[in-house]
Design a protein around this ligand. Sequence first.
Ligand SMILES: NC(=O)c1ccc[n+]([C@@H]2O[C@H](COP(=O)([O-])OP(=O)(O)OC[C@H]3O[C@@H](n4cnc5c(N)ncnc54)[C@H](O)[C@@H]3O)[C@@H](O)[C@H]2O)c1
Length: 391
Amino acid sequence: MADRKLKVGLIGLGNMGSSHARDLTDMENVELVGVCDLKKELADQFAASCCTTAYYDYKDLFARSGLEAVVIAVPHFDHTPIAIEAMGLGIHVMCEKPVSVHVNDAKKMDAAYAAAKEKFPGLVYGLMFMERTYPNYLKIKDILETGELGRLVRATWINTAWFRSQAYYNSGGWRATWAGEGGGILTNQCPHNLDMYQWLFGLPEKVSGFAHLGKYHDIEVEDEVTGYFEHANGMVGHFIVSTAETPGTNRLEIVGENGRLIYENGKITLNRNRMSMFKFLKETKESFGNVESWYTEVPSRPNIAGPHRVVLERFAAAILGHGTLIAEGHEGLNSVMLANAIMLSSHMGQGVRLPLDGDEYEAILKDRARTSRFVKTIGESVSDMSKSFGK
Ligand SMILES: NC(=O)c1ccc[n+]([C@@H]2O[C@H](COP(=O)([O-])OP(=O)(O)OC[C@H]3O[C@@H](n4cnc5c(N)ncnc54)[C@H](O)[C@@H]3O)[C@@H](O)[C@H]2O)c1
């Protein structure tokens, strides 16, 4: 039940922001007190359809709308200055993914939040990691946390279900450029998968990356990537992604001593070993045998409709004092660190240890933007965003 309405402002009314505008207008405990976009026409159009006020500069939105909370849905580089300014004013923040383009910016946001909390102890800072609400991922997390698989050996995630055409990349001047976006598939599509990886397995201690820049598309950033992760507990991870493959694959394979879990085509299957494979490999007298293993299909509910809305609802509830966030702001650093580490490793031709040297990666990124000679073709903007979300 809505006890009172939270006054929320929305910045960025493009593909993602337009969907947030619909959700925020529809939520019973939210009053959308202002929408903001640099494009005046767009802001006016949304203000009219959402019965709210248009702003063309986020500073005006902050100063004049009376908002208590803001949803930030602008291109990634602007997440950092806008969020930091909001926090300093005591405005609760829901930021789109990736929290930032590079580690240094994510750390600045965390520091700003910590500083702002001194003055505004109830300040809330959340992230739009809506894939954490997907029942299948929740089920996988539950299985891992109960320790059913025993010691984990390997996680291999092939996610090439992020197909993007050249028309998509041409649909915005900032997209797929070093200066405008700061990266490709790892920065735009895969923050969800990288967040999921670290949510399920934690951060590795060493990352090796192989990133191909503009291999299949006329872009200057990465469109095909393989990451190899080495964890302190011995587990290894493979992260294989592309925006060029169609049909694409989304297959997560997790191997533990007690069995193998596979998530593919929206279904989780599990082979349970009757004894630990480590015990079996030491004790069996057979040279080529396999441990006895039972096959199970794990029941799970389908994905809920409107996962972004769930994240927004939980954000509002956390501020109004009767709920918790889906993802807290400080959790955004890990996925950014993984993305940056893959790119840094690929650039240097050697593995990198975490935590990553943020200065080194930021310097490379700035250099790439400064020396870019890429000429961007700009085409039509994207009109239907619903097909873009993770499969
Ligand atoms: N969670 C998800 O499923 C999901 C899906 C798509 C995009 N996103 C994220 O949302 C963000 C926006 O992506 P998009 O695809 O909507 O981009 P977009 O280009 O379609 O829209 C961005 C909008 O922000 C406006 N803008 C840019 N800078 C601004 C500023 N400083 N102040 C006010 N308005 C500004 C632009 O004019 C544009 O209308 C990105 O960070 C992206 O990663 C998240």
